[in-house]
Design a protein around this ligand. Sequence first.
Ligand code: URA
Length: 428
Amino acid sequence: FDAVDVIRTKRDRGRLSDAAIDWVVDAYTRGVVAEEQMAALTMAILLNGMDRAEIARWTAAMVASGQRMDFSGLRRDGRALPTVDKHSTGGVGDKITLPLGPLVAAFGVAVPQLSGRGLGHTGGTLDKLEAIPGWRAGLDHDALLRQLRDVGAVVAAAGPGLAPADAKLYALRDVTGTVEAIPLIASSIMSKKIAEGTSALVLDVKVGSGAFMKTADDARELARTMVDLGADAGVHTVALLTDMSTPLGLTAGNALEVAEAVEVLAGGGPADVVELTLALAREMLAAAGVADADPAAALADGRAMDVWRRMITGQGGDPDAPLPVAAETETVTAPAGGTLTRLDALAVGVAAWRLGAGRARKEDTVQAGAGLTLHARPGDTVTAGQPLLTLHTDTPDAFGRAREALAGAVDITPAGPTARAEPASAGH
Ligand code: URA
């Protein structure tokens, strides 16, 4: 094969053959196809798409670029342990994985979460958990299997051996404007989950300003593509479409989100976070074949908290240690009174990122304490001058840029003249 021929085929809206896909993914992983050639090919894919068979083959080629894990031998008390994982396509304030893994594991299901770090305005689960003193993401294969068997829940860094083609390709897409292609997002996510070896997968496909997919139609197409890829690879996959026009819960930022997740595990927490955690838990338990589970009861009675504590301790963390707090805070107040009708997820995500919760380049470090606390959510009544948001950072120079990101992020609709309630009278 010749890379230029493969690029021309897709540029001219042709189909890539199985052999061409296998070759180009493998040759790129080995450095034989140059970065600029893969950049041109991914742009052609973004513009001209791939059909279902091409996407399936592309995904299989990415899986084949590295190792596959296998949990099929996992047993507890002599019985095979079902495995089910969850993946969110990325959002703002999305800390759901933290309470969800322990909650589902409380029902005797193994939840292997191989997660990533945040890039851009979306947070990463590993960055959040690393806010917990002592906690570490790097587990070797044996330690991971042991924790899955003994605790049931594990969140670990996906090792470099898992779908290495994706790691390379994602970094390239990130700097060439080719992240937002449905075939490329779907194959990127599913190649990692298929290589991970989970037997079932629940996808939380985000839609709205803070998500990759801005419209319900695009989100549905991404969900359908990933469910098909799972089915083709023998991974039982279901997807929920959920809103990401407003941040989830009342926090965005690493330690701030851990604290909120712990509130949920203690039976409290913001209603939207609890609701989504329970909805995903029900799907995961159904996918794992657990009938009649009541996940709300396991949050209320401390069973999920118990697994959380063992999960954190198992990875070196201290679940009782105080979480890091940012050195400086500033408050953003409501410019007017009325009903808060919009609090934009993307703006909050970008502000959290600028405050230090996220990274601009892969090698950057994140601040554990940085981020935002929300004091009101859409639907709430606010009064002029009341605190709307608290900004947290160790680097106060960042306040100005975070405020810029938040310009235009909030809509407050003045309360109309209140209709005077007249006593009802029968007939005039
Ligand atoms: N998450 C991924 O893992 N890959 C993408 O392409 C987009 C989001």
